[in-house]
Design a protein around this ligand. Structure first.
Ligand SMILES: Nc1nc2c(ncn2[C@@H]2O[C@H](COP(=O)(O)OP(=O)(O)OP(=O)(O)O)[C@@H](O)[C@H]2O)c(=O)[nH]1
Ligand SMILES: [Mg+2]
Length: 242
């Protein structure tokens, strides 16, 4: 299942040779920029987490919940097609957040992060923060192809989306250093079977940590926080090749 990017492109029946060359070129330019970003994060001493999921699965809510832990110091780059609603939600919780609006693009690219980071620095001194979260554009497809240099890639799947998504969107879940099943409080209403998710993940990416969260249950959020704190302490760097 663990195909390289070129293999994935070559196996795509919708792309001809010319398209494969163009897509490869765009992605390798992004890789170079992502490498520069890694250096930048290192200079700033900030640990970076890329949050990815479908629209509405609870990324911003998770960040709002994490803001309740006062010793967990983070800032956020938000990605959406339009509006600065998510950045505003976080600012209302006292979190420094800068909104990237992509217009029509369904993902964030490393170059967008570079310029947004510059803007975020005007709001807060990122070097005094422990963590920088990148909330990617809601989408289970495109963000999986664009490296943003993060240390940790976390993918959310909310229970109302259905328990069958792991193997339907394997490229996305292959990126994950951890998977969060969010809206766990809704599982019973959506016939969401956690065992199915576990079985599919075991097939796709054995041993990937799995968390269950519910915004109302702060203990479930604390487990995610503890995981991130531990990864930072280990200076863990995701080995995923986008
Ligand atoms: N029941 C329940 N609802 C939740 C939970 N987490 C989030 N929600 C609701 O789900 C909706 C979408 O949540 P958001 O946090 O905005 O989702 P998002 O992933 O940031 O959405 P986009 O930024 O548009 O991709 C909101 O109405 C939240 O209140 C949860 O744990 N349980
Ligand atoms: Mg959001």
């Amino acid at each position: 299942m663990n195909l390289s990017r070129n293999e994935r492109l070559e196996n795509n029946p919708n792309l001809n040779k010319k398209s494969i060359q163009i897509v490869s070129k765009i992605l390798s330019q992004n890789d170079l920029k992502a490498q520069e970003l890694r250096e930048k994060y290192k200079q700033l001493g900030v640990y970076v987490i890329n949050l990815m999921s479908s629209p509405g699965s609870g990324k911003t809510t998770l960040l709002e919940s994490l803001s309740r832990f006062k010793d967990f110091r983070f800032c956020v780059l938000e990605g959406d097609l339009q509006t600065n609603r998510d950045a505003q939600r976080l600012q209302e919780k006292g979190v420094s957040a800068y909104q990237i609006t992509t217009g029509e693009a369904c993902h964030l690219e490393a170059a967008m992060i570079e310029s947004a980071l510059y803007e975020l620095q005007k709001q807060c001194d990122v070097s005094t923060m422990d963590y920088l979260f990148i909330e990617n554009v809601g989408n289970l497809v495109c963000p999986a192809s664009y490296d943003v240099g993060a240390h940790l890639n976390i993918v959310l799947l909310s229970s109302p989306e259905g328990d069958d998504k792991i193997l339907k969107y394997p490229t996305m879940f292959m990126c994950a250093d951890a998977v969060i099943v969010s809206k766990a409080d809704m599982m019973e209403y959506f016939s969401f079977h956690l065992e199915r998710v576990k079985d599919d993940l075991a097939q796709l990416k054995a041993d990937v940590p799995l968390f269950l969260t519910s915004a109302q249950e702060i203990e479930s959020i604390a487990k995610v926080r503890d995981f991130i704190v531990q990864k930072r302490a280990q200076n863990y760097q995701s080995q995923h090749q986008f």
